[in-house]
Each structure stands twice: as C-alpha cells, then as structure tokens.
Design a protein around this ligand. Structure first.
Ligand SMILES: Nc1ncnc2c1ncn2[C@@H]1O[C@H](COP(=O)(O)OP(=O)(O)O)[C@@H](O)[C@H]1O
Ligand SMILES: [Mg+2]
Length: 276
C-alpha cells in the first residue's frame, strides 16, 4: 500500500543555523492513521509539519504525499495552528463557509453544491457548539471559541490530511476534552489521516495510534511508540495502567533528550549551596 505520507531521509537546515532543524527524518504514515508528535521544544516538530504542509522547503531527502512529491500547499492537506487566523470582517458562519478549496467557490458550482456546503457548515457549527454565535464577529468571541471556528473551517473541505500544530494549546481543560473526542470522531467517520503535534503527552497518547518522539539539536526522530490502547478511545482509559506507564516513559525520555535532568545529587548540592 502506498503510504499517505512518505518521509525519506529528510533534512532541513535554516540559513545561518548551527544545527539541522531536521536530520535524516524517515517515517511512513498510512492512510487514516493518527500519528502524534511530541518532544522538547526546538526539536523540529513544527518544521516537519510545515514541510509536509508544503509551507517550507526541505534541504535534502524526499517527501511524498499519495506517492507524489510535495511541491507546495495543496487542498487535500488542511493545517490548523495554535493561533487561529480568522477573517475579522466575516461572521463566524461565513468564516467557516469560506474555504478556498470548496467547489462552491469555483465557476462550475451548482445550487446543490451551495446547499451541501451550507448544510455542512451548519452541522459543523452545531458540532462545535458555535450555533448560538453563528452571526457574531470573530473579535466578539473568546480565544477558545475562535479556535473552534478555525478548526471547523479546516474541516469544511473534508481534507484527506489534517496537519495540526498544538491546535488545542490555548484551550481550557474542559474544552480540550470535548475537542479530543470530536477530532477522534472526525478521524473515524471521515477517514482523515491526522498528524498532530502537541507538548501534552497525555493528549498525544489519548489521540495517537503511534507517537513519534523527536529530540533537538539536531532535530531528529528519537523513538516511535505504538499506543497499546483499543482504537475506540474513552476518557477512562487515561487512568489505565498501560496509559500511565507509557506517559511516564515518554516524559522521562523527553527530559533525557532535552538535556535537562532531575539529578538528586545535584539538587542536594544546590540546597547545600543555598544554606551556606
Ligand atoms: N523560520 C526559522 N528560521 C530559522 N530557524 C528556525 C525557524 N523556525 C524554526 N527554526 C529553528 O529550527 C529548530 C526547530 O524548530 P521548530 O520546528 O519550531 O521546533 P518545535 O516545533 O519542535 O519547537 C529550532 O532550533 C528553531 O530555532
Ligand atoms: Mg513548534
């Protein structure tokens, strides 16, 4: 089977940088897979995501989507960043409906296309709990609500690949939990392939089928973990022993690869210096 995303010996170095942002990164992501990325800051997670999204050029290696080299952004790949970018002059509903990739915005549109798009926009509005603010302007909404609008807009075109860079990073814990189940639902029902970057290990385990741990200086893949949970996730799994064990293991490894450690001897030394 052709992988949905095929990354082979990928290198990326920004001009003037001392290290590769990506060094020899290889990874195959299968159709409808949900892969999450974690790792110390600066390990290249965003760079890899933007490269797959076609927003960044790689300096070596190969990158293919559906067996074809990536030459730039494409309609089958939707990106969601931590910081939403809504059109301030459009209402919430118009922001969701306005999606460049939609057939509705081309010359061959039919009234059926327009109706189908309006139906999906309304369904997404309701699903995201935005029904009551459909006619509001983005600047009238809280950050969390604006981010939900941005996600609804990304889902509007039924993208085959969703590239998400810490999309829930600014949301409160309750909204985040709702978003997790929502995104798993989209993954299951719309058969999207999802590549998801987060600094929250619990989020990475709850959502991912595989977790890719990256390490910094140079940015590279350190370890790939298979998540030992059933495909259908439920919130109570977060308390399962295998969940907690994997979480501990990943957190420890991130600490090791970040160059920071909890060394008891050093801590004691530190306290002694403080006392002296
Ligand atoms: N536009 C850029 N120009 C120069 N260096 C960059 C740029 N973006 C990221 N970097 C550097 O590349 C490395 C990887 O960064 P990034 O992909 O943002 O990591 P992460 O998302 O894992 O925190 C870091 O050392 C960062 O400073
Ligand atoms: Mg980043």
């Amino acid at each position: 089977m052709t992988p949905k995303i095929d990354v082979r010996q990928l290198f990326k170095r920004y001009e003037g940088a001392a290290h590769d942002a990506l060094q020899n990164v290889s990874l195959q992501i299968q159709p409808n897979e949900f892969v999450t990325f974690v790792g110390a800051s600066g390990c290249g997670k965003s760079t890899l995501l933007r490269t797959i999204g076609g927003l960044e050029h790689h300096t070596g290696g190969e990158l293919q989507v559906d067996g074809l080299p990536v030459k730039g952004p494409g309609p089958e790949r939707a990106m969601v960043f931590q910081h939403y970018s809504l059109y301030p002059w459009m209402s919430v509903r118009e922001n969701i409906k306005f999606c460049r990739q939609l057939k509705v915005h081309t010359n061959e549109r039919t009234s059926a296309d327009v109706e189908a798009a309006a139906g999906r926009a309304d369904a997404l509005l309701r699903l995201m709990g935005l029904g009551h603010v459909a006619d509001a302007w983005p600047n009238q909404l809280s950050g969390g609500m604006q981010q939900r609008v941005a996600i609804a807009r990304a889902l509007m075109s039924r993208p085959e690949i969703l590239l998400m860079d810490e999309p829930f990073g600014a949301l409160d814990a309750q909204t985040r939990e709702v978003m997790h189940d929502l995104i798993l639902h989209v993954h299951r029902l719309e058969k999207a392939t999802i590549v998801f970057v987060t600094h929250d290990v619990e989020e990475a385990i709850y959502l991912g089928q595989r977790i890719v741990l990256m390490a910094p200086r140079p940015g590279r893949i350190d370890t790939i973990y298979e998540v030992p949970l059933p495909a259908q996730r439920t919130q109570d799994m977060k308390h399962a022993p295998e969940f907690l064990q994997l979480k501990r293991q990943i957190l420890d490894r991130i600490k090791e690869t970040s160059g920071m450690k909890t060394d008891l001897d050093l801590l004691e030394q530190l306290s002694r210096t403080a006392e002296a």
